[in-house]
Design a protein around this ligand. Structure first.
Ligand SMILES: *Cc1c(COP(=O)(O)O)cnc(C)c1O
Length: 466
């Protein structure tokens, strides 16, 4: 049996369309072969991101209606705060409109120019917010986490050796906090073990430096711990979460992930002084301390989503669905980063299209072809996103991997739709050498992958005649 059991039935549906191949070709042309610029109405299965794309439950939609919109001290904030304290256990809960706002507030208060922040792998907004205040974002993931073909249970773990080296090299004074991203999004959605959290926390305590979690996918991480870590099978998801968060001093959170809502975030802290400073900045930038840039109904939906995400049946379905997509791709011979992540599959475009050099954006070619062949939207995580000029040699440097991320929104697509995605991936593999590389015709100075335009290098378009 290969049917991750869906612990819900469908109450509301949203019509989507499969537009014709001619229309898709025209959309792709107009979008400059960049699927960020294709209208969502022209997409059949949208796996661009799992962020803010969850389907809310009947209870969450109900909470939107009963949300309390009082400016100060609303009932919905009380529910939000007590639910978060129950799971995360931190003394202070600060609502924000997104995860990056929580990061921005925390770093504005904790960091100064020249500081260094170690993390397993910084997510791009985290890195950008660290760098925004003139500090350095340092990635210390274990070596296993950098090998795309290795099957290992906890490839998100922090390397203690790399962390220790960072303290030796930069000195404790320049490291105001250590972060741990659970699951490790930029490293393939791989989990961090409880044992590793314990080790990192013990080291941080020894150094007198707080450990702060980037907790976006905390429930998915807890589920991996329950399934894979020795001695954890009998613990509940809530017990694992409490044990994990008790080892740190706070967390940043994007509610658009494991709080199962479309917008929202929060920051938790134990230190009362730090919490007061952050709250003062919050009032300036986001809003009063009991809403922080969100509506009362948003807070209510987050609180309900956090209760639902701890359901082991939900998590078994959620992570099972992503794993099942991985098994389909295996059967069809489509290569991807091992093992399947909690929220996404990362296809290996260098392996899939070895004839296209990195200068010609193989992962973007694969992404464009997925849309052209089947109306499937993925996202390129390769040279278009990460190619950069080496400051010393002035030469362009390509990233180690050319990946195509298939991020699965929570509770949104059926197994059938994901089977379809796997078939389209296989069809793109079959096109193989007929697919031609791309060149850039427009790029902005920063974060180019969002708005760049490209064109196929051959006269005949993306696919050469057989
Ligand atoms: C999404 C995400 C963020 C940023 O959250 P936003 O709500 O998009 O601002 C930070 N860290 C990780 C690991 C994420 O996945």
């Amino acid at each position: 049996m290969d049917f991750p059991f869906e612990p819900y039935r469908i109450k509301v549906v949203e019509r989507i369309h499969r537009v014709s191949r001619e229309e898709r070709a025209a959309h792709l042309e107009r979008a400059g072969f960049n699927v960020f610029k294709v209208p969502s109405d022209a997409i059949y299965v949208d796996l661009l991101t799992d962020s803010g794309t969850s389907a809310m439950s009947d209870l969450q939609w109900g909470a939107l209606m009963t949300g309390d919109e009082a400016y100060a001290c609303s009932r919905s904030f009380a529910d939000f705060e007590s639910t978060i304290k129950d799971i995360f256990g931190y003394a202070h809960v600060i609502p924000t409109h997104q995860g990056r706002a929580a990061e921005g507030l925390l770093f504005s208060v904790m960091l100064k120019e020249g500081d260094v922040v170690p993390n397993n792998i910084h997510f791009d907004t985290t890195r950008a917010n660290v760098e925004h205040v003139g500090a350095t974002a340092l990635d210390c993931v274990c070596d296993e986490g950098l090998d795309p073909t290795l099957e290992a249970p906890f490839k998100g773990n922090m390397s203690l050796a790399k962390l220790r080296r960072a303290f030796e090299r930069y000195g404790r004074e320049r490291i105001p906090l250590v972060m741990l991203t659970i699951t490790n999004n930029s490293g393939g959605g791989q989990p961090v073990s409880l044992a590793n959290v314990r080790e990192v926390a013990a080291f941080c305590r020894e150094m007198g430096v707080p450990l702060v979690f980037d907790a976006c996918r905390f429930a998915e991480n807890a589920w991996f711990i329950q399934q894979r870590e020795a001695g954890c099978a009998d613990k509940t998801i809530l017990e694992i979460c409490r044990e994990m968060f008790a080892l740190g001093e706070g967390c940043t959170m994007s509610a658009k992930k494991d709080a199962l809502v479309n917008i929202g975030g929060f920051l938790c802290l134990n230190d009362p002084e730090l919490a007061r400073e952050v709250t003062n900045l919050l009032i300036l930038r986001e809003g009063f301390p009991t809403y922080g840039g969100l509506a009362g109904r948003d807070l209510a939906a987050v609180a309900q989503g956090l209760r639902e995400v701890l359901d082991p049946d939900y998590l078994a379905y959620r992570i099972g669905q992503v794993a099942r997509l991985g098994r389909r791709l295996d059967e069809l011979g489509v290569p991807f980063l091992r093992p399947a992540g909690g929220h996404a599959i990362y296809l290996d475009a260098r392996k899939a299209l070895p004839h296209i050099p990195q200068e010609e954006f193989p992962a973007q070619v694969f992404t464009a072809a997925l849309y052209l062949e089947g109306g499937v939207r993925a996202v390129e995580i390769g040279s278009l996103m990460f190619e950069h000029k080496d400051p010393e040699t002035g030469r362009m440097v390509h990233p180690a991997m050319e990946l195509v991320r298939l991020a699965v929104p929570r509770r949104v697509y059926t197994h059938t739709q994901l089977d379809y995605v796997a078939e389209i991936c296989a069809r793109v593999m079959e096109l193989g050498k007929r697919l031609v590389g791309l060149e850039i015709t427009y790029q902005p100075p920063a974060l180019r992958h969002f708005t760049a335009s490209l064109r196929p290098l051959g006269a005949a378009g993306l696919i050469r005649e057989a």
